[in-house]
Write a protein that binds this ligand. Sequence first.
Ligand SMILES: [Zn+2]
Ligand SMILES: [Zn+2]
Length: 390
Amino acid sequence: MSNVRRGLSSLNVTFLGTASAQPSTTRNHSALALRLGGDVWLVDCGEATQHQIQRSPVKMGKIQKIFITHTHGDHIFGLLPLLASRLNGAGGTADGADDPRAHVSAESDPPLEIYGPLGTRAYVRNGLTYSHTLLGAPYVVHELRFPADPIDGDYTSLPPHPTESPHGRNIPQINGVWSDVYRDDILSVSAAPILHSVPCVGYVITEAPVPGKMDPGKYIPDLKRTKTPMSVMSRLQQGESVELSDGTVLHGPPKRPGRKLVILGDTYDPSPIADIAASPDLLIHEATNAHLPGIDENTKPDDTFEIVEARARSRGHSTPQMAGAFARRIGARKLVLNHFSPRYAGNDDVDEGSGNVMTAIAGLAGREFKGDIVCARDFMSFDVDFSLNG
Ligand SMILES: [Zn+2]
Ligand SMILES: [Zn+2]
């Protein structure tokens, strides 16, 4: 299970949906998958996310945790059907016939974990209850409560669904953040508010320090001279110091920082997360609106960048320049933009102009940020590597 994971053999990000507003044939609603060794964590779960998973290398059965940035439909409407599939909830029996799922205990297994703002638990509970959905395994919802939220209670008068674990936490914000909402030996997750039209959060996922680069040649002469078993090499690799029989002390390489990902929901200003988001290997930031005269034929003739930015802010969203400025501010190594207007196709075959549009959007972000910039497409997938200076 996750909490006894020995190390992160791989860290991969796969975009499952990159559209704002409505989906298109080439962009689905928001969702992305992190593949962490064998486990899968999702961030957001827009409508039809399970269809996208079926078309991707992500394995539904490996999903252990789902992090919701905010409860707007384009980020959460796919959650109930995904739970029904992931936790074997489809089907049903007629009156009098026994359904084994009716006897599943909410405490029977480690539950599938869902994190999100106030309303996430009520949404799941009400949706499962009113659709008569039975699940074959339990789930739990941990809510990140804002200062204005009630600190207790479930935000619904319905009793818990039979497979809802009673151990869902209501996590208070302390000093403006939710620190370590999840932590194991290898990974920790913290969250902080980001400004949008409704309560919205960003997530910071940090890998624990990893063993440093080892140069065995540095140690072998001392080990041979003192006839020390080569097996101490594994202790050195972990960064330990080893004293040899002649008193010589060998020091393993210092540990390197693990990888750090910052994944934001919709926002017009993510400043409140800036402190805990410092120096990530990867920042994922929305770029819903862009001013692209001469490139986007839908550009209104009187629009200027300032008008487009003001319009984006008023709707709770960002331009590529705003995303680039935030990437620069926190010292990100790589910026990936998502949550695009669905009229910008996510596929070169559909619209010859879309490649140009995406190049132009990356160029706008590049006015503010000099690191690597990528515009996400559905099913785009890449590994997050260690920084070169690590
Ligand atoms: Zn959205
Ligand atoms: Zn939204």
